[in-house]
Design a binder for this molecule. Structure first.
Ligand code: ASP
Ligand code: MG
Length: 595
């Protein structure tokens, strides 16, 4: 029989009435003929209360006892949920993490799942029970209770769905689903019917409130179909599933981070090991870094910029200033009151002109772009915070996200067209059972190298709205699919933009840019016909400052110079010399155990 996993978050089981309501959903699914596994979180703010209780006793509770304490929140919920199912006339049995057989490593308070045994759950399901499983908890090999980190019930639900080969994992929550942007900011935001794992991950700043990123990475790894649904109504919610070729919109959503600060190291020596020193220092101080960009060096010196949450700025500056002295950097500069606005969508892997349209929309609103970074499915710009709301609204409607059918409104010159090359990666559906071992070792899920691209850089651009639009309109009109785009902060009123194009399209791109260059005195163009773009993928990049440090240390040990760099929520893209591609790939794969 097909298995359905239903997960109810804290607000959906906050009181007796809500527990009864949740139980009735499980009973309905059972009566429709499914085997049902219910995963529950602690009620309401229970976990926060328990943490507060502990802190009333000690500021330094031992992590083992913290897990013992926190796991009681979920234990309470499962028992109550089982009782509610009994009242509705069905059989149910509650199980703790240990009773299910969720084996984790020993990292108390943020343990990772090692394996899950399905035997007991299968027997109970076969005997006609609804299985009610405690989320967020497991045991280590010495039977110590562990917890999976805040929001970990989502991970439990996804993991159970994976090992039970469930047809669907439903996440019941207190919102309608995933939206095209934050509905509190843009009233015309619409609910998304279907979204891919990567899009959801790249939209983290929108999606984080809805689901834990780690559970989505997990769902992606095991191809678990997730449906985020409201618990208070029968709304269908949003399906999070592998991407399809169905005629989808080009852009799925617009995300933003309102309070960012930018730090730029000016005049870094362009040699191996520099990024490693910088990231080792930041990682040592546990400062999470968001956008990182490095454009190609000029005259032997590179500028590196990165953003941090505004309240981390003083700490980040302390670290960077002392690292900068050792590295003999010319100067360290910073800017506050910035916001990051991003568009996310698989359509940009298959359509040209997407970047041009984004830049056009911003130019039409008179918004200046300070920094640009991209991933395969995301374009992020850093702009002044005072223009954040305007930018989100303009981009949202400029891509037709406010319309039911998502038709693209006419915004002038920037036409979006299907590209001749199809860059989408194939989804690999692997055997779940064989991959159970170390099922959560997904800090870095993949390292790949693309040696089929060329790099183009235009320097000496005026730092004005509309310049990026003109560059990418020219390229987009010619039907060339642009991949990695980088614009670092302007210096002396002049900006430079680099991007990569398929190697076969380099000559055509150079021709397409000629009229632009002719029209703008003072601009120059350089290119590199053969480059290697390394991609390091996985959500660990954001959640663990250590990943960046390990990447750059590995490259430094191999004497590999970082020529260009940018980041997204789920990827780090690095341009290196093509001759070093194999060495980089092998050393990074072995560093992250991907062989
Ligand atoms: N109760 C835990 C927390 O509040 C786990 C969860 O809700 O997913 O973080
Ligand atoms: Mg929760």
């Amino acid at each position: 029989m097909s298995v359905i996993v239903q997960k109810f978050g804290g607000t959906s089981v906050a009181n007796a009435e809500k527990i009864r309501h949740a139980a009735s959903r499980a009973v309905e699914a059972k009566r429709r003929g499914h085997d049902v596994v219910v995963v529950v979180s602690a009620r309401g703010h229970k976990t926060d209360e328990l943490i507060e209780l502990a802190h009333g006793i000690t500021q330094t509770p031992r992590p083992r006892e913290m897990d013992m304490l926190l796991s009681t929140g979920e234990q309470e919920s499962v028992a109550l949920m089982a009782m509610a199912v009994h009242e509705l006339g069905e059989e149910a049995i509650s199980l703790t993490g240990a009773q299910i057989g969720v084996l984790t490593d020993t990292t108390h308070t943020k343990a990772r799942i090692v394996s899950i045994s399905t035997e007991r759950m299968r027997e109970l399901l076969a005997a006609g029970n609804i299985v009610i499983a405690a989320g967020f908890q497991g045991v280590d090999s010495s039977m110590n209770i562990t917890t999976l980190g805040r929001g970990g019930s989502d991970t439990t639900a996804t993991a159970l769905a994976a090992v039970l080969d469930a047809e669907l994992c439903e996440i019941y929550t207190d919102v309608e689903g995933v939206f095209t942007t934050d509905p509190r900011l843009v009233s015309s935001a619409r609910k998304v019917e279907r979204i891919s794992y990567d899009e959801m991950l790249e939209l983290a700043s929108l999606g984080a409130g809805v689901m834990h990123s780690r559970s989505i990475e997990f769902a992606k790894k095991f191809s678990v179909q997730l449906r985020v649904r409201p618990s208070y109504s029968d709304g269908p919610g949003t399906l999070i599933a592998p991407e399809t070729d169905e005629a989808n919109s080009i852009v799925t959503g617009v995300a933003f981070v309102r309070n960012e600060a930018l730090i730029t190291l000016v005049g870094l020596p362009d040699q191996p090991g520099v990024m490693s020193s910088l990231f080792t220092a930041l990682s040592g101080a546990r400062i999470p870094v968001d956008m990182v960009v490095q454009n190609v060096a000029r005259e032997g010196f590179a500028n590196v910029s990165f953003t941090v949450a505004e309240d981390e700025l003083p700490a980040a500056l302390r670290v960077v200033t002392s690292a900068a002295e050792l590295l003999k950097v010319q100067s360290v500069q910073h800017t506050t009151e910035l916001s990051k606005v991003s568009i996310v969508g698989h359509g940009m892997q298959t359509h040209t002109g997407v970047a041009a349209r984004m830049f056009q929309i911003l130019a039409d609103s008179g918004i200046n772009i300070r920094v640009v970074t991209t991933s395969e499915i995301k374009i992020s710009v850093l702009i002044d915070r005072t223009r954040c709301s305007d930018a989100v609204e303009a981009v949202h409607s400029g891509f037709g996200l406010h319309l039911p059918d998502r038709t693209l409104p006419d915004v002038g010159q920037a036409a979006i067209r299907p590209a001749s090359v199809h860059a989408a990666e194939a989804e690999v559906v692997a055997d779940i059972v064989s991959r159970l071992e170390g099922m959560e070792s997904i800090l870095v899920s993949d390292v790949s190298a693309d040696t089929q691209q060329s790099r183009i850089t235009v320097t000496g651009l005026p730092d004005d709205p509309g310049v990026a639009r003109d560059v990418f309109a020219a390229i987009g009109e010619g039907g060339v699919l642009v991949d990695m785009i980088i614009q670092n902060v302007a210096r002396d009123g002049r900006a430079s933009i680099s991007f990569t194009v398929p190697g076969n399209d380099l000559d055509r791109s150079l021709q397409l840019l000629q009229p632009f260059l002719d029209a703008h005195a003072g601009t120059t163009l350089t290119f590199d016909r053969h480059i290697c773009k390394l991609t390091i993928a996985g959500i660990g990049l954001r959640s663990h400052t250590d990943v960046g440090r390990r990447v750059f240390r590995t490259l430094a040990e191999q004497q590999i110079n970082v020529e260009m760099l940018n980041t997204s929520e789920i990827k780090l893209s690095i341009v290196i010399a093509v001759a070093q591609a194999d060495r980089a790939l092998q050393s990074l794969r072995s560093e992250f155990g991907l062989n």
